[in-house]
Design a protein around this ligand. Structure first.
Ligand SMILES: *[C@@H]1O[C@H](CO)[C@@H](O)[C@H](O)[C@H]1NC(C)=O
Ligand SMILES: *[C@@H]1O[C@H](CO)[C@@H](O)[C@H](O)[C@H]1NC(C)=O
Ligand SMILES: *[C@@H]1O[C@H](CO)[C@@H](O)[C@H](O)[C@H]1NC(C)=O
Ligand SMILES: *[C@@H]1O[C@H](CO)[C@@H](O)[C@H](O)[C@H]1NC(C)=O
Ligand SMILES: *[C@@H]1O[C@H](CO)[C@@H](O)[C@H](O)[C@H]1NC(C)=O
Ligand SMILES: *[C@@H]1O[C@H](CO)[C@@H](O)[C@H](O)[C@H]1NC(C)=O
Length: 288
């Protein structure tokens, strides 16, 4: 009985707008926006993370995997109309850990075990731009083009500002798991499954909420929201103090998220990158 009643209500809701019921289906909803998966890219057995779009619609990301040689981290690229991910020539194999996009200078950088590389759009090859002995695990760039790296010191992951080839230690960022900086220079980070923000106008970090974390994850920003892909996908408005909201319907454990210029995005989960595009069909337009 209950099922029939529900079906009846559901069809009523859509038929009220003279639309077929299927048009109201959606793969994923964030606030009032509906998205459908429009493309799927294979990443083999590897887990994607640290995904970033450049201004031209290229998607760069890191894949983490294991094979008979042990662990590897490689950078991959999906060009705008491409159906598959490709390698970025020039980067050290197995030890390219991180991607960062400098929006101000429209440049893409790669953090590796052998220094920082930059992407050359003409040759489509990455070339070394620092001394090769800069040790890092991840690389980030703030709105002013300053570069930051994380690396281990005294057994803990720490944050450093790069000034040429010099590293300036940032205090208060011990034992980081993931860190990202937004376009207002607020630093967001995960430490021991807790999510914090260090705002540009405050001297101490503020706890936002609990997140699960298992070695791979990504913090990213879109409009005024901060997203955390770390097993589940959650988000919070930048002015909010909590709790974080959980996105339902994600495909398994997510480890990467990146938005493109039009507000569509990708999610990374083991073995694949999924592209989500806004689903602006009539059913939703009329309901909203
Ligand atoms: C979105 O996907 C669902 C199935 O997952 C489908 O029924 C629906 O028609 C799609 N909507 C659009 C606008 O593509
Ligand atoms: C990708 O395809 C779309 C539609 O087919 C086209 O308008 C666009 O110019 C293409 N982009 C690139 C970079 O080739
Ligand atoms: C810091 O900035 C945030 C967001 O812009 C604001 O909500 C907060 O009131 C500011 N705090 C102080 C101490 O100025
Ligand atoms: C976060 O988790 C801790 C336990 O680890 C719990 O005591 C605390 O209430 C949680 N906080 C929130 C905001 O969920
Ligand atoms: C968030 O805070 C900023 C700075 O305080 C303010 O300009 C903006 O309007 C706020 N946004 C919302 C949605 O409250
Ligand atoms: C997500 O990860 C947990 C372990 O961390 C695992 O038990 C679970 O099966 C994973 N879920 C999927 C859908 O892969």
């Amino acid at each position: 009985m209950r099922i029939i009643l529900l079906l009846f209500l559901f069809t009523q809701k859509c038929f009220a707008f003279d639309l077929p019921r299927s048009a109201c289906k959606t793969d994923l909803t964030i606030d009032k926006d509906h998205y459908n998966v429009t493309k799927t890219y294979d990443t083999g057995d590897a887990e994607p993370t640290d995904a970033h779009y450049d201004g031209k619609g290229n998607l760069f990301f890191v894949v983490f995997g294991r094979n008979f040689n042990g662990y590897y981290y490689d950078v991959k690229l999906i060009k705008p109309n491409s159906t598959a991910a490709q390698n970025v020539p020039g980067l050290p194999e197995r030890e390219s850990y991180s991607v960062a996009v400098d929006k101000k200078e429209s440049r893409v950088y790669f953090g590796t075990s052998k220094g920082i590389y930059a992407y050359n759009y003409e040759t489509q090859v990455a070339t070394l731009i620092t001394k090769p002995d800069i040790n890092l695990n991840s690389l980030l760039v703030d709105k002013d083009g300053n570069k930051y790296i994380t690396g281990r010191r005294e057994g803990f992951e720490q944050l450093y500002l790069l000034a040429g080839n010099e590293k300036i230690h940032f205090k208060g960022f011990d034992a980081l798991d993931e860190v990202a900086v937004d376009d207002k220079n607020n630093f967001y980070y995960i430490r021991e499954e807790k999510f914090f923000v260090l705002r540009n106008n405050l001297s101490h970090a503020v706890f936002i909420g609990n997140v699960s974390y298992e070695g791979l994850g990504q913090i990213t920003f879109h409009e005024e929201n901060v997203f955390v892909a770390s097993k589940s996908l959650s988000y919070i408005h930048e002015n909010d103090t909590g709790p974080m909201k959980r996105v339902k319907g994600t495909p398994g454990n997510v480890t990467a998220i990146a938005f493109d210029r039009s507000g569509n995005f990708v999610l990374g989960t083991k073995g694949k990158i999924l592209k989500y595009e806004t689903n602006d069909n009539e059913c939703f337009q009329k309901q909203n």
